[in-house]
Design a protein around this ligand. Sequence first.
Ligand code: CO
Ligand code: ZN
Length: 337
Amino acid sequence: MELAKKLCNAYGPSGREDNIRRMIEAEIGNSCQRMEVDRLGNLIAYVPAKSKDGIKEEKHTKIIFCAHMDEIGLIVTHIDKKGFVRFANVGGLFLGNIVNQRIIFENGTMGIIGVETKAETPKPPRIDNLFIDIHAQDRKEAESKIGIGDIASFYQQAVIANNRMTSKALDDRIGCYCLIETMKLLKENKDDLYFVFTVQEEVGLRGARTSVYGIAPDYAIAVDVTATGDTPECRKMDVGLGKGPAIKVKDAMFLANPVVKDKLVTYAKETDIPYQLEVLERGTTDAAVVQIIREGVLSGVLSIPTRYIHSTNETCDLGDVEGVIKLLVAVGEKGLA
Ligand code: CO
Ligand code: ZN
C-alpha cells in the first residue's frame, strides 16, 4: 500500500496532474505495450490481447478502464495588503469542511485556510468568507511566493490503521492505484485493453471525453470512489465500508449498462468477492461522459466505498480496494461480451 499512500500524498489538482502522471508512468512501463499522453494530458496505456502463446494479431473488442488523476483544489483570485490570499474552488469544495486545514502550492508554499469571524459570517461560510494564510507579512512577500491563478491542493499525509486508509485525494488516486495493480497482475487478456488515467474529472469530466473519443472503445469500466450510508444519522444509502466493491447501478448522471453491470455481479460471485449494488443520488464519475461518446460505449463503474469524500480525511477499507482489483483482473481476463 506504499504506492497508494505515495499517490494520495502527491500534489495533483485538476489541470496540474503532471506529477501524478509521472509517478504512474514509472509504475506501469513494464506492464503495457505502449503509453501515450493525449493533448489534454490523459495517460493512455495499451495492453493488447494476449494469450500464453503471445500477442494475437486479429481485430479485437476494445475495453477501457479509467480512473482520474486529479483532485479538488483551490485557485488564487486575490492577495490583500496584509498578504492574505482569497481563492475560488477547483472542483467541489465543501466549505464547512475546509476551515483550518493545510494546503500546499505546486512550488511547496504551505498555507492554512482561515475564516472571517464577523458575527454575520454564515455557517457554513461562503467562499468569500475564507482566506489562505501563507505566513506572509504583506502583499509583497506573498507575491514573492505565489501569484493569481496558482492552484493549491490540500496537504495531509495518508495513514493506514485497522485495514482502513485515511487520506486526502483517495478520490481518485485509490482508483489509479487499482488500475496500476490490475495491470501488474494481468497475465492474459482476450480483448485489447486501454488503461486510461484521466485529467480534470473534478471540474466536469473533461479528460475522459478526449481520451475515450480517440480510443473509440466498445466497453468501459470507470473506477472511482462513492459515498456510503454507514455513519451516524447520514443520508440513507445502501453502501458501507468493508462490504466489498460497489457495482454502480445509477448515479446523478449515469445509468450502468445492465449487461456490463450483470457481468460484474457474475464475476464477483464466481470469484467469491463480496459486492454491493450502488445507487448514488448526488455526484457522478467519468463514466457519465464515457457512455455517450461517439455512438455510445457500454459502460459500468466499480466504486470504492468512501466516507468523508472531498475532505482531507477521505476514508476507505483496504478489503474493498482488494476486491475492486480482483474484479478488474477478472474483467481483463474474461472480457465483458
Ligand atoms: Co471527486
Ligand atoms: Zn472521483
